[in-house]
Every structure is written in C-alpha cells, then in structure tokens.
Write a protein that binds this ligand. Structure first.
Ligand SMILES: [Ca+2]
Length: 246
C-alpha cells in the first residue's frame, strides 16, 4: 500500500491510496516541502454488460418485474437479474452526495440540448461535453463533495464514455481515451478507456479519513477521433464503495 499524508489549504488531509503495492508504504512530505503528486497508477477498465441507454432500458424492465409474479418466466438470466435487483441501489455517489459538479468548459447548447457538467450525474442519456478548441485534451469535469463518510472507501468508478444519446451521436462526437483522476488536485490514477458505449468500471482505492471537502477531477488526456465534431465528454460517471472499509 502507498499511503500519503499532506496538508492543503489549511485543512488536515489524510488519504490512503492503494495502488496495488501492498507492502511499500510511502509518506509524502508536507505541503511546505512539495507540490509533487503521488505515483499515478494506470488502470484498465472492466467492461460492463450495458451501454448507458441499454442500462436505462434494463432498469425500466427490472422496475416492471419488481415485486410481481414471476411464474412463467423461464429465462434464467432475467430471473437472476430480477432476484438481485435493488431498486434503491444507493451507491457511493448517492450516499456521499456531490454538492456541485463543474467543468473547465462547456459546449454551447444546440437547440434544446445542453452539455452542462451535471449531465454526468443525472441518470439520463445526457452528457457533459467540453467546449474548448481542439478535441478536449486538458479539459475536465469535477465533483465536489462537501462531506464524505470515512467508513465507506471509494472502490470503483464506472464511466459511460462520450455522448450516448444514440450510436450515431456517440460516433459523431469524440470520446475520451485516457482520463487522469485527481483527488483534491493530486493526480492518482490514469484511466485507460476503450472506445465503447459499454460501461467501463475502474477499480480504485481511495480512503478519506479527515478530508473535507473532497474534489474528484476527471481530466481528459487523450481522445478517440469522431466522425464529425472534435468535442469530448461523458454521459455518466458513477461511483461505488464498500461500507465499513476493506
Ligand atoms: Ca447523463
């Protein structure tokens, strides 16, 4: 485990970050000595079953079946899904509610469609899309959590890449290829995204003990080319954690 201790903005901050090196503890110098970052760990995604539109359709199906008579259903996958479905599904991002989502830039609205940062946490097929020149390298979206429960480490982040209104819309806009994740402006992870509409889950281990507030920033570092627009963003970014620590 790599652990680090730092002081920033006058607040005592203590983060424990595991990058897979369980026996190699390192303590960073205090803020007066450095502005350096912790080691940035590369993380590959675990592909999920659904794109965001597919997930929304699946969730609607689950809601229809929830608490109803299941006799007559023979599809074992469907039965397993119904049995394990939790309609509440309070993930880390819900129990640690982000009091603001903001970004380095925002694409100008097109008609009734806007690309505001909150779109990455609205549960819909909307997207935040950056509005800077070029394909978006260096642009970012960030979540600010006023208060985070120290008993629930953040252990996974699932990203739905690009603008997933439809397959056509997805292709027309750029998608992120590499995203750097910062915790309170300290770079911790490089997330290597595939060019797919499927959800992409990244394993992380972020424990906050005396850290208020907390900002998670996702910076686009590289992109996949689009067929039409050099505009990059995300449809949804979800968080999950484990109660009581690991
Ligand atoms: Ca959305």
């Amino acid at each position: 485990m790599i652990s680090l201790r730092l002081t920033a903005f006058g607040l005592a901050v203590l983060l424990f970050v595991s990058c897979g090196k369980k026996d190699n503890a390192t303590q960073l110098p205090s803020d007066s000595e450095t502005t350096t970052t912790a080691e940035v760990a590369s993380v590959q995604p675990v592909p999920q079953r659904f794109s965001w539109p597919e997930y929304l359709a699946w969730k609607e199906l689950m809601d229809q079946y929830y608490d109803t008579d299941l006799s007559g259903i023979t599809d074992s996958t469907l039965l397993n899904d119904i049995a394990s479905y939790d309609p509440v599904d309070m993930g880390w991002g819900d129990s640690n509610f982000a009091d603001s989502v903001y970004a380095s830039s925002v694409l100008t609205p097109q008609g009734k469609t806007n690309y505001v940062p909150h779109n990455v946490r609205d549960g819909k097929s909307t997207a935040w899309i950056e509005g800077a020149d070029g394909a978006g390298e260096g642009e970012w979206v960030a979540f600010r959590f006023k208060k985070i429960n120290p008993d629930e480490p953040l252990t996974s982040i699932t990203i739905y890449n690009g603008f997933q209104l439809s397959e056509t819309t997805y292709a027309k806009n750029s998608r992120a290829k590499v995203v750097r994740l910062y915790i309170n402006d300290i770079a911790l992870y490089d997330l290597y995204l595939e060019d797919t509409m499927k959800g992409q889950q990244f394993a992380v281990d972020i424990r906050t003990i005396d850290e208020q507030p907390v900002t998670l920033k996702f910076e686009i570092r590289a992109t996949y080319n689009s067929t039409h627009y050099a505009d990059t963003g995300f449809t949804e970014i979800n968080f999950d954690g484990i109660w009581g620590g690991i």
